[in-house]
Design a binder for this molecule. Structure first.
Ligand SMILES: NC(=O)c1ccc[n+]([C@@H]2O[C@H](COP(=O)([O-])OP(=O)(O)OC[C@H]3O[C@@H](n4cnc5c(N)ncnc54)[C@H](OP(=O)(O)O)[C@@H]3O)[C@@H](O)[C@H]2O)c1
Length: 337
């Protein structure tokens, strides 16, 4: 696996990040440990978790495993923002909740610092200045190395960045948006903003929760038990992909799979890996066999025709100010020709 710079920082991360949302949920602890070892032995060093995954069990499982590793060899990313308890303040981006969250995450992870501490989502109730000054002091006191945002809109991220710059506070270095062949609205504002500001982009759900593996051949509504979409608690989230566009994308991935001998999963991940705006897609796995397949997405490249076919199949009608007419209004390339 290649290494990439985490945005403009000097820290190097593997081109795939291991997502651990499944740990303690669909993946038992012993299998989780196998996955962590397998990821490291294949050159991975970047691991993403959150305080809310399996009510903290994802962090606990990583913590037990981490106690037998060289702490410096891995880059651990976690997040806070969603509800973790019954109290009024067990949620959000207030100074009170963030200070508590960082302490609790460090305790579950068995570490005295977090490499990348991410805000899981924007909090409309807390002034962003309160959140950012708290994060600044957490970097200053050594609890966290870097600050990241997840699920922020581009204007929210940019606003946070400019406040940090104006106040001389440590700036956010990464954004974690949903991004895959099926979710391309991330390309409208988030990717151009991240490229312009040299912000690391860490796409979550790069396989749209497994749909892009092509395994729901009978349709997402008929997903078998023992799969993400087959779990009735997730049905609503994945049924919205049960449409003609998804069918077109899956057909294209299947054709490219026949041409290249790569699996649909590997092709879907490779498409993200080739985007220069992307730092490390966060791959999710239920077991070590899936991880082995997904690791095969690195070390080769789709060609330009194959990328174009994927982009045509996943095309979405775009409206102002992202439509071709508005794009053309901003274009000055021809003056340089
Ligand atoms: N910031 C956020 O708000 C946010 C939200 C979601 C996730 N995340 C992060 O992103 C990570 C990845 O998200 P995700 O799990 O949704 O990613 P994903 O890669 O889109 O989906 C992973 C799921 O797809 C299925 N799958 C994976 N590889 C497969 C293969 N080779 N063949 C067949 N099925 C396969 C498995 O589900 P089944 O086998 O169970 O069907 C697996 O759990 C998470 O672990 C987490 O760290 C962040």
């Amino acid at each position: 696996m290649k290494l990439k710079k985490l945005g403009s920082t000097g820290t190097l991360v593997s081109e795939l990040c291991l997502g651990t949302m499944t740990f303690g949920w669909t993946t038992p602890e012993d299998e989780s440990r196998v996955i962590l070892d397998q990821f490291l032995s294949n050159g991975g060093n970047f691991i993403d978790t959150a305080d809310v995954y399996s009510q903290g069990n994802s962090e606990r499982i990583i913590g037990k495993w981490l106690s037998r590793q060289d702490r410096e060899s891995v880059v651990i990313a976690t997040k806070s923002r969603f509800r973790t308890g019954d109290h009024a303040n067990s949620v959000g981006l207030s100074r009170k909740h963030l200070m508590h969250s960082v302490k609790e995450s460090m305790s579950r992870l068995g570490t005295d610092y977090i490499d990348l501490f991410q805000l899981h989502a924007w909090d409309p109730l807390t002034p962003i200045e309160e959140t950012l000054s708290t994060l600044n002091s957490l970097v200053e006191n050594g609890s966290i190395r870097y600050i990241g945002m997840s699920n922020f809109r581009a204007w929210q991220f940019e606003k946070a960045l400019q406040i940090c710059r104006a106040r001389g506070w440590h700036e956010p270095v990464s954004i974690q948006p949903q991004y895959s062949i099926l979710v391309r609205s991330t390309e409208y504002e988030i990717l151009p903003m991240a490229t312009s500001e040299r912000i690391a982009v860490l796409p979550w759900s790069p396989l749209a929760g497994g749909i892009l593996s092509g395994k729901y051949r009978e349709g997402i509504s008929k997903a078998p038990k023992g799969t993400r979409a087959g779990d009735s608690r997730n049905a609503a989230m994945y049924l919205r992909y049960d449409n003609d566009r998804t069918a077109r994308v899956l057909k294209t991935l299947s054709e490219i799979s026949q041409e290249t001998g790569k699996t649909m999963t590997q092709i879907a991940l490779n498409w993200l890996l080739q985007n220069p705006a992307v730092t490390s897609p966060i791959i999710g796995t239920r077991n070590s066999a899936q991880l082995a397949e997904n690791l095969g997405s690195t070390g080769w490249c789709l060609d330009a025709n194959q990328c174009r076919a994927i982009e045509e199949a996943s095309f979405m009608e775009v409206t102002y100010p992202y439509d071709p007419f508005s794009e053309e209004q901003q274009n000055r390339e021809r003056e340089l020709a």
